[in-house]
Design a protein around this ligand. Sequence first.
Ligand code: GLU
Length: 460
Amino acid sequence: MTVRTRFAPSPTGFIHLGNIRSALYPWAFARSTGGEFILRIEDTDVERSSQAAVDVIIEGMAWLGLDHDEGPFYQMQRMDRYKEVLGQMKAAGLVYPCYMSVGELDALRERQMANKEKPRYDGTWRPEPGKTLPPVPEGVQPVLRFKNPMGGVVAWEDKVKGRIEISNDELDDLVIARPDGTPTYNFCVVVDDIDMRITHVIRGDDHVNNTPRQINIFRALGEEPPVYAHLPTVLNEQGEKMSKRSGAKPVTQFRDEGFLADAVVNYLARLGWSHGDDEIFSREQFLQWFNLDHLGRSAAQFDEAKLRWVNAQHMKAMADGPLAQLVAQQLQKRGIAADDRLPGICALFKDRCDTTVALADWAVKFYTPVQPDPNEVAKHVVEGVRPAVGMLAAMLESCPWNRPAIGEAIKEVLRATGMKMPQLAMPVRVLVMGTAQTPSLDAVLELCGREEVLSRLKAV
Ligand code: GLU
């Protein structure tokens, strides 16, 4: 059997990290088992769905490398197919028209609540042998209800939650088509999961309540339901369910803020799944290790500081060439064209940065004039060091332009003036990089380039 999984987002609001984790696991399961991963856009809530939200889903998945084998399929484009299956269910007597008006349903609910019963449809219009149905009211378009089995239980072995068992008597007859004939959510999901031959449904546990209803529809259609794995919620830093309303950022914003796709995949993978104590791993390792048996059972809490730490680890481990390409994109957004110094700049500064944006902030200092921090100038570029800075500038004018020669020139000035390294290095850093906190001075100067170093040293 080929594993077939899907991600089925509703494009209502911009997809955030909590949502996209529900894409990561089915994708990883498909990839690690040689299976197929399908993207399905559940856009039947026409009022709330938007193309912009679809775009963020597709862009976000592409950025994270969550490639799909089939789709995107759009539910709105499959209406004819749902109606076809509805027709088959009608013909097979699996559904029935219900003419109960909204007013009658409200009154029923109120009676049930007053009697402390769980509100549910009471089966008034459900045809049974020997039962007389009420007279059909005129001019009323009925909804179609699914004949849920009576008695017995629906049970499944959830890959995360273990065995879940629901009594059929808890489930009333679900509306599966509205008066205008449009099919409802739970029904479309089942038709899609059947047609797309989904073997494993891995989704958020906000759908656990839908699952017994969906399983009953599967069986009524003569199909065995897939394996289910319901993932615990992702909480935000305040401990609430992560949501756009509570300020969750769209996935693509993390790309724009300089996070690496592999780091985000690593972080999200750990947010609900584990491989021993491994914190930092590559995409390849993740796919080698991933299985449904180590999904966590409790809600995971998002922690941006942790994500930054994971990102910093991935930046350190990343080769300078590819890292420079990402930093070049950040520079381009600021109107700066990078050159072949950028991999060297990345190598020198990546240890002190947790995003490519922070790395670009450093790189900018090599490509545009710096504005030394006046406090640092006042503190380090004091009267007494100016002659030494001048002497260094003179030596740098003619020495070979490489790190050892630049280092030698600095030492020469120290010897001649009797100054200590920080007394010279701090003012030079402030003048050349705008700040006294930089990596090794000779390396910084080499990358900055002779012309630029000389003009910056002479600027004050
Ligand atoms: N469209 C649903 C959602 O975005 C997912 C449905 C499913 O995975 O079955 O929550």
